[in-house]
Write a protein that binds this ligand. Structure first.
Ligand code: NAD
Length: 461
């Protein structure tokens, strides 16, 4: 029981995190359960449900030895002394706080399951990202059990980034664990610290009270997203003034107080976390009657939407104010490189707006086509999906780069140019291509936050 770990929720966090714990701690039995049967079947197959560099190898090493995937939630709870809860906590779409607050229904359901199936004391660890003081609610629900059982609720938010999940888990910047200041809470804390201490050095394991831990996760995502929105807001000024965003961020990032990371201009942030976690923070501020603080953080989300819309507006404007019936090849649908995840991807919104203008879309992505089809399934109009980039660009008037996949750089753009309609446009929403070279091939190139390079004369008199 002491060395049996359960994780409820086999998603982007639960799967990789538990695979790494099982890999590093072969003397622990780690079981990951989920109510989604298809997902569990995929975790037990050679075709894992998520794409993450390095994940296949870790799972192969541990699966069947001390790592198990199952749909039997009740059995998992009965047999484990340590339970991580890693279920989804999306933004609420209904009732009070709709559009901002976290929807805690999946999370609360796990509390009910734990009470129902527990026959011994448990340590319950919040891995999901939750509002501050969520552990209090979990604790109250669990302590209402009539079996005389003790539950210690800890917060251990996950900081992995999709696309680098395995290296982030292998070598984290920090492990954060928040515990109650009670004797039993501190004992539970030590047991969880001992697990991470197998491969993480002590100075990187930070222990705090539960509320600081919960808030730190929200703040961490809010600050990262804020950097993106800050740079993106400046990219708009660059385009008006012929300043170059990369030169600006290069200079600004050299200040050691600011640092060079996360200063790339783009069409905006996506992913399942940034927007939802900032809105969760905004809702908390409103709840605690801090309207100025709420407005400050909401601005980060507003700039993100502005940047996505600005990109679409530019495409329309530069293509002679109409894209109706024009073919646009979309390079990249995932919210960032090295993942097939498309949740909250800017590509979803950008493609929808392009379709509203009656464009014809040819979507190409190395890993995200299946998710893209689901995201756009309700759209009427002309959308095609291509594994092969050269098929995607046939007869296209423009290419819009929406994801920073490295392999986009090595495509044969001479060939691509020969396959496209003329004049040919490239809108590089990630600034990853060689703009000078593309221009010299004949493309009209529109980067983000940099002067455009076009063969179109400004004015015909
Ligand atoms: N995705 C990330 O990069 C990331 C990073 C850090 C933190 N987080 C946080 O981690 C949490 C999980 O995120 P995710 O991306 O892994 O979500 P996900 O949607 O990929 O996975 C959640 C899983 O939980 C399962 N689930 C829901 N209710 C259940 C229940 N009652 N019993 C069993 N299984 C249940 C779902 O079927 C789903 O497979 C969220 O709170 C998220 O904010 C995510």
């Amino acid at each position: 029981m002491d060395k049996s770990i359960l994780c409820i929720g086999a998603g982007y966090v639960g799967g990789p995190t538990m695979a790494v714990i099982a890999d590093k701690c072969p003397d622990y039995k780690v079981t990951v359960v989920d109510i989604n049967k298809k997902r569990i079947e995929a975790w037990n197959s050679d075709n894992l449900p998520i794409y993450e560099p390095g994940l296949d190898e870790v799972v192969k090493r541990a699966r069947g030895r001390n790592l198990f995937f199952s749909t039997d939630v009740a059995k998992g709870i009965k047999e484990s002394g340590i339970i991580f809860v890693s279920v989804n906590t999306p933004t609420k779409t209904f009732g009070a706080g709709a559009g901002k607050a976290s929807d805690l229904q999946y999370w609360e359901k796990t509390a009910r399951d734990i009470i129902e199936h527990s026959q011994s004391d448990k340590i319950v660890i919040e891995k999901s990202t939750l509002p501050v003081r969520a552990a209090e609610a979990m604790s109250r629900i669990l302590q209402s059990n009539t079996k005389g059982l003790n539950f210690d609720v800890l917060s251990n938010p996950e900081f992995l980034a999709e696309g680098t999940a395995i290296s982030d888990l292998d070598n984290p910047d920090r492990i954060l664990i928040g515990a109650m200041r009670t004797e039993s809470g501190q004992k539970a804390l030590k047991r969880i610290v001992d697990i991470y201490a197998r491969w993480v050095s002590p100075e990187k394991i930070k222990t705090t009270n539960v509320w600081s831990s919960e808030l730190s996760k929200l703040v961490s995502n809010a600050m990262l997203a804020q950097r993106i929105s800050s740079v993106n807001s400046i990219s708009a000024i660059c385009e008006k003034t012929d300043a170059d965003i990369e030169e600006v961020t290069g200079a600004v990032g050299m200040d050691s107080r600011i640092g060079a990371k996360f200063l790339r201009a783009s069409i905006g942030f996506g992913g399942s976390c940034f927007k939802k976690d900032i809105l969760n923070l905004v809702y908390l501020c409103e709840y605690y009657n801090l309207p100025e603080v709420a407005a400050y953080w909401e601005g980060v989300v507003n700039i993100n939407e502005y940047q996505e819309k600005r990109f679409v507006k530019k495409i329309i404007e530069k293509m002679f104010n109409t894209i109706s019936d024009k073919k646009i090849a979309i390079f990249g649908f995932a919210f960032k490189a090295d993942t097939g995840d498309t949740r909250e991807s800017p590509a979803i919104y950008i493609c929808r707006w392009l379709m509203e203008e009656r464009a014809r879309l040819m979507i190409h992505d190395p890993k995200a086509l299946e998710n893209a089809k689901i995201d756009l399934k309700d759209i009427q109009g002309n959308i095609e999906y291509f594994e092969d980039p050269y098929e995607a660009v046939k007869g296209a008037h423009a290419i819009a780069v929406l994801t920073d996949w490295k392999n986009f750089k090595s495509y044969d753009y001479e060939k691509i140019y020969s396959l496209m309609e003329k004049p040919s446009f490239i809108f590089d929403g990630r600034n990853i291509l060689d703009h000078k070279k593309l221009y010299s091939m004949g493309f009209n190139v529109f980067p983000l936050g940099k002067p455009e390079q076009t063969h179109l004369s400004e004015r015909i008199i």
